[in-house]
Design a protein around this ligand. Structure first.
Ligand code: KIV
Length: 258
């Protein structure tokens, strides 16, 4: 019998707390399919992100810019079936939120597919979009620092916050998103001190990736945790399994045994 599908719950984001002194950081991982999402949920992960990193990790594209709303709906629905305790977060993909109305239309679709909250990339330029979603009762996570959806315009993945002006801009972005109603922020690939300063400056939780240890939580792409994408391994990720080697071993053993 099919399991009943847990409902989307926007209140889950508001329940996500900043790290208490000495407390455990928020633990977040990506998932793109039912079994992975269910295993992460059963393992006690706080936030499961159906990330648009789907484009590279699952679909074999060079970056996230090929990902569409339809793809995100497909994978959000699959993950929703496996997640009952964690916050299920879904990415608005590239060019799906250029105006507040477009953001609203697509975020409603993702929530309809089961997302508890929506993540979008960008700082002060996204304030109107965040306000529109929040006014509609949609829980929003901001994403600042290195923005993967802008990799082509920027000519590569570049660490942020290296100059005083850039650090100031990131802090202003974080404050603007918080004021607009975002319930948490992903801080990606930025100087650790800048991430620490942002974390101290905002009342909402920050979740870092390649941004040092002084954030309220950490997020990783699941393949980087499991050693399941051997063709690229980010320097900040510590793999805690070697699924690629284990897959190759099992395939070899299977072929030998035929
Ligand atoms: O899509 C994704 O996996 C992400 C994380 C890198 C935060 O946005």
């Amino acid at each position: 019998m099919e399991r009943s599908i847990p409902r989307s719950d926007p209140a889950k984001l508001a329940a996500l707390a900043k790290r208490a002194p000495g407390g455990r950081p928020i633990g977040a991982l990506t998932a793109y399919d039912y079994p992975t999402a269910r295993l992460l949920d059963e393992g006690g992960v706080d936030v499961i992100l159906v990330g648009d990193s789907l484009g590279m990790m699952v679909l074999g594209h060079d970056d996230t810019t090929e990902v569409t709303v339809e793809m995100m709906l497909h994978h959000t629905l699959a993950c929703r079936r496996g997640v009952s305790a964690a916050l299920l977060l879904s990415d608005l993909p590239y060019r799906s939120y250029e105006t507040p109305n477009e953001a609203l239309k697509n975020a409603r679709l993702l929530c309809g597919a089961g997302a508890d909250a929506i993540k979008l990339e960008g700082g002060t330029e996204m304030v109107a979009q965040v306000e529109a979603l929040v006014a509609d009762g949609i829980a929003v996570v901001g994403h600042i620092g290195m923005l993967p959806q802008h990799v082509r315009e920027e000519g590569g993945y570049k660490k942020k916050g290296k100059t005083g002006a850039d650090a100031e801009r990131l802090l202003a972005d974080a404050r603007a998103l918080e004021t607009a109603g975002a319930g948490a922020l992903v801080l990606e690939s930025m100087v650790a001190q800048v991430a620490a300063d942002i974390t101290a400056a905002v009342a909402i939780p920050t979740i870092g990736i390649g941004a040092g240890r002084e954030t309220d939580g950490q997020i990783l792409v699941i393949h980087d945790l499991l050693g399941a994408f051997p063709w690229f391994r980010p320097s900040f990720a510590t793999p805690r399994a070697d699924i690629a080697a284990e897959t190759r071993r099992a395939v070899g053993e299977y072929l030998q045994a035929l």
